[in-house]
Structure formats: C-alpha cells, structure tokens
Design a protein around this ligand. Structure first.
Ligand SMILES: [Zn+2]
Length: 322
C-alpha cells in the first residue's frame, strides 16, 4: 500500500472506483507495459486501431488484438493516472453530485433483476460478497435469501450510508476481508475498469470457499448498435475513458480461463427496442421506454430475445467457477 493515498481514495465517489484501490494494492499491475500496445490476455503486440478518441478523452485509441480479439484502450492508464482520474474526473463525468440515497434508488430495480437471475444459485447457507457494492442495493435485495452478505466499497459516503441506513457489513478494500471466504462473489460492471482483469479475478478467487462462484456482468462489445447497426455516434459514446477493456463472450471466457476458472456466459439485453430506435433516429442516448405506449412487453421481449440469440446482447453475464 502506498502511504498517504488512502485519504485521497476515500474521496472518490462510485462503485467502480474499486479499481483505484486495486491498483494501489497490487504491484503486479505496475508491470503492465505502457510503451507498446501489448495484449494483457495473450501477450501479442499485433493489434489494429478501431477508433481514435473515446467518450471523455479525445486522445485514447481503441485497439483490438489480432490474436485473441480483446478490445482495449491505449495507452493504458498508469496506476497514478487511474487514482487521479477516479479522484477528480470520474464522478463529474458520469454521475454529477450523486448522493448514496439517489444511487440506491436508481439501482434498486436492476438489483431485483440480478437477484431474480441468480435465484437458482442461491441457498440459505450462502455467504455473498459484492465487490463494488456502492450503496448496497444488490446486497440489501439478496440478503433475505442467503445466510450473510458483505460488500467492498471504497467510497466512504456510499459505504457509510449502506452501513448506517441498511445495516450492511461493508469494508473499504479487498485485503480487509482477511480470512473471510464466500460461496458467491459478484462483480457488476466492475471488471471492464480494472487494468489487469486476470490478476484481479485470480485474487478474488482466493476468497472463494471451495466450489464457490464469481458472477461477472460486463458490457458486451458485440452490442447490436455497435456491430449490427454499426452506428458511428453510438461507437463514440460506447468507448469511454473509464472502461479499459471491452469484452466479447469469447474474450471474457478467455480472461476467466486464464485466471484459472471455467464459465458459462449468457447474454442480457438491458436496453430496449425504444432505446435502439431512438439511437438510430436521434443518435443520442436516453430513449429507454420512449415508445412504451406503442410497443408492449411482447414486442420488446421478442426483440431482446432475438438479439440475445444472435449474439448481439448489450450485456454479458458470466457464472465462473474456480
Ligand atoms: Zn490478445
């Protein structure tokens, strides 16, 4: 741990700033080469440019590995840049002055959907850890179905709110878990922010009880707006400063396997038919439910199912065993 940086990290304000703490705690992440674009998964230095400039940063380049197809931004930020970014810019870029309570309210519907999706895996003896737990919406939703829940959340405001308002067991950082072990560890939209995802998964696997699983939810780089409709305005929005990696089903599986796991990966469609139509018409986000009075569940569900079946889901859901 780098002395004196704890205080700074505590000011950071979002679930995904777990990356800042992780960078500080893992010297191995400092060995990631930054001079040449080298793939963090397969080590190949042969890759091609996909796009110059991403949301919130016009200098970063999106590249795709010719060997394993991992998509990543280059140059990869240094640990120091990541700490500074999550301390100063990230919250403003994505969330504005969001309070823990607002985060909780915004996340509660999706938390319910996640719990529903993982219900077959849950049991009353289970201990669950959510890494990047934010205000605790997921943990608070799942806790009645399992033995115990715990969260890792570096942001002091969100962590304290979950502790005091929801009485959740929260720690600031992964090493504080010490000898605790879990049947299930969840990572919701966290892995794409982590500079060394394989090492991160390996570290988390060390906190699993034998036979335990890690659930990973990340955006899918084969998103229909990007690869089926090939909408340039969406690509400019999709690739963004905070996401270092853009996983497909293949590269997510590859990452998990290199970390020593096996996984079953399925697609999820979070954005609806209205959202896609509005993107194609206005080239801007914000169209979710826009045509809800015209297209009802039957049409929107069928659209989502067809996208998932054809491999164009916007989100990937991996159940990984280590
Ligand atoms: Zn590669």
């Amino acid at each position: 741990m780098v002395a004196g940086l704890h205080g700074k990290i505590q000011e950071i304000g979002s679930i995904t700033n777990i990356v800042g703490l992780y960078v500080l705690n893992n010297q191995s992440s400092k060995s990631i080469p930054t001079a040449l674009p080298v793939c963090v998964l397969c080590g190949s230095n042969e890759n091609r440019e996909i796009q110059v400039g991403v949301r919130f940063n016009s200098h970063l380049v999106v590249r795709s590995c010719n060997s394993c197809e991992l998509v990543f931004v280059w140059p990869r930020p240094t640990p120091e840049e990541e700490i500074e970014y999550y301390k100063t810019s990230y919250r403003n870029e994505y969330h504005g002055s969001v309070t823990p309570e607002k985060t909780y309210n915004k996340s509660s519907v999706e938390a319910g959907e996640r719990v529903k999706r993982m219900t077959p895996l849950l049991s009353s003896e289970m201990q669950i850890l959510d890494v990047g737990a934010s205000s605790g919406a997921f943990l608070n939703t799942v806790k009645s179905q399992v033995h115990s829940v715990m969260g890792v959340e570096p942001d002091q405001a969100h962590r304290s709110w979950a502790q005091t308002q929801l009485k959740l067991d929260m720690v600031r950082d992964i090493p504080e878990l010490d000898k605790k072990r879990f049947h299930l560890i969840t990572l919701f939209h966290t892995l794409e922010h982590i500079p060394d995802p394989v090492t991160f998964l390996r570290t988390l696997a060390g906190y699993l009880i034998s036979g335990g699983k890690i659930i990973i939810e990340v955006p899918n780089v084969d998103d229909a707006l990007l690869t089926l409709y090939k909408l340039p305005s969406f690509a400019r929005f999709y690739y963004q400063r905070a996401h270092i990696y853009y996983f497909s089903e293949k590269t997510l599986l590859n990452s998990i396997q290199i970390a020593g796991g096996l996984a079953k990966i399925t697609g999820i469609q979070r954005y609806d038919l209205s959202n896609h139509l509005r993107w194609l018409i206005t080239e801007e986000p914000g169209g979710q439910n826009y045509y809800k009075d015209i297209f009802h569940a039957k049409a929107t569900d069928a659209y989502a199912e067809d996208l998932i079946k054809a491999g164009y889901a916007d989100t990937l859901w991996a159940v990984a065993q280590f």
